[in-house]
Write a protein of this length. Structure first.
Length: 63
């Protein structure tokens, strides 16, 4: 797997809830610990899809 398939597999392996798709194609969900997980269909990294986990308590992101 690579590209979009790998990004989606990583996203869904985290078992997010409240999953929705934004108009720009970003898929957003909530993890059990309250963090937000996103799949961006194309990032600034040469158009490669990325998975981001955002922690609202520390306001930090991890890719």
């Amino acid at each position: 797997m690579k590209g979009s398939e790998a990004a989606l597999a990583e996203f869904y392996s985290q078992n997010p809830t409240d999953v929705s798709t934004k108009p720009n194609g970003t898929i957003v969900g909530t993890l059990a610990d309250g963090r937000t997980i996103n799949v961006h269909p194309a990032s600034s990294l040469k158009g490669v899809p990325t998975v981001e986990i955002y922690d609202p308590t520390t306001k930090t992101s991890a890719l």
